[in-house]
Design a protein around this ligand. Structure first.
Ligand code: NAD
Length: 255
């Protein structure tokens, strides 16, 4: 694979899979616009990529909950590199973990302050929605583009406590991805959702069972994203792809 001259935007690019996607993209010759709220780490990671001298990286501080920030990321991508070939929406995570909720103080769903769930829905669902709205005009003009949403096995399974997360991920997996494909395909724009099971961006993910008896290496998820963006993946469109070691195929007795 090579992405020479191609331009991608990755959100959540300061850590985990958003960062790994950015590193891989640049190693394969592409230019990458890296968006995150963690300014310090983002700048360090962008400098590391640029020091390798292959694809170029650009840091854009962008809170995906803020439509102005999202438009700024789009504008910077076009001003610096001329096009937007891929947007990969990695920023996300369950609010009760990412906002460090105290389980003893807030034991069940109705006890958790609504602001926590607002944050989760805004980052996980509204962020990708905002990016779609902001970049699809540019992609329509180009007559090409790919939006990769990142869903989750939890979008299929639900979660009786961290409810913002499956609600948002299901929105990406079953609503937003198909809708973008319906709008975009006549302009050569595709949209695909990649929905992982457990991924080892955190050691705790080994606790989630799969039929294969292990969690994914982050690289296994990124390889699929790169395939979708490559010449080989061009007929995949409007679909949610589970990449979960068979967790979605487990019978209830396996849990
Ligand atoms: N790790 C897993 O097991 C797993 C499983 C299924 C799906 N996913 C999904 O994959 C994606 C990446 O997961 P990860 O584990 O690599 O993530 P991570 O927690 O390592 O990184 C998330 C990044 O998002 C950034 N971020 C947080 N809020 C933001 C905001 N408002 N605007 C912009 N950036 C923001 C953080 O600063 C961080 O750099 C997420 O959408 C997650 O829901 C992960």
């Amino acid at each position: 694979m090579n992405f020479l001259g191609k331009v991608a935007i990755s959100t959540g690019a300061a850590s985990g899979m958003g960062l790994l996607f950015s590193q891989n993209w640049a190693e394969l010759g592409g230019n990458i616009v890296m968006c995150d709220v963690n300014e310090k780490v983002l700048n360090e990671k962008v400098a590391e990529i640029n020091s390798k001298g292959i694809g170029k990286a650009l840091a854009v501080i962008c809170d995906v909950r803020d439509y102005g920030d999202v438009c700024n990321a789009r504008d910077k991508a076009v001003a610096e590199f001329g096009t937007i070939d891929v947007v990969a929406n990695f920023a996300g995570g369950t609010a009760i973990r990412m906002r460090n909720i105290d389980y003893d103080k807030y034991p069940e769903f109705p006890d958790v302050p609504i602001e926590i769930y607002d944050w989760g829905i805004d980052v996980n669902l509204k962020g990708p929605f905002y990016f779609a709205h902001a970049v699809l005009g540019q992609m329509r003009e180009q007559k090409s583009g790919l939006i990769i949403n990142i869903g989750s096995i939890t979008g299929q399974e639900g979660d009786g406590y961290g409810m913002d997360y499956p609600t948002s991920k299901a929105g990406l997996m079953f609503g937003l991805t198909k809708s973008i494909a319906q709008f975009g395909s006549k302009y050569g724009i595709r949209c695909v959702c990649v929905s992982p099971g457990p991924v080892l961006t955190r050691p705790s993910m080994t606790g989630m069972k799969t039929l294969l008896g292990r969690a994914a290496e982050p690289q296994e998820i990124i390889d699929l994203c790169l395939y979708l963006a490559s010449d080989k993946g061009q007929f995949i469109n409007g679909e949610n792809i589970m990449i979960d070691g068979g967790r979605n195929a487990m019978s209830r007795s396996n849990y």
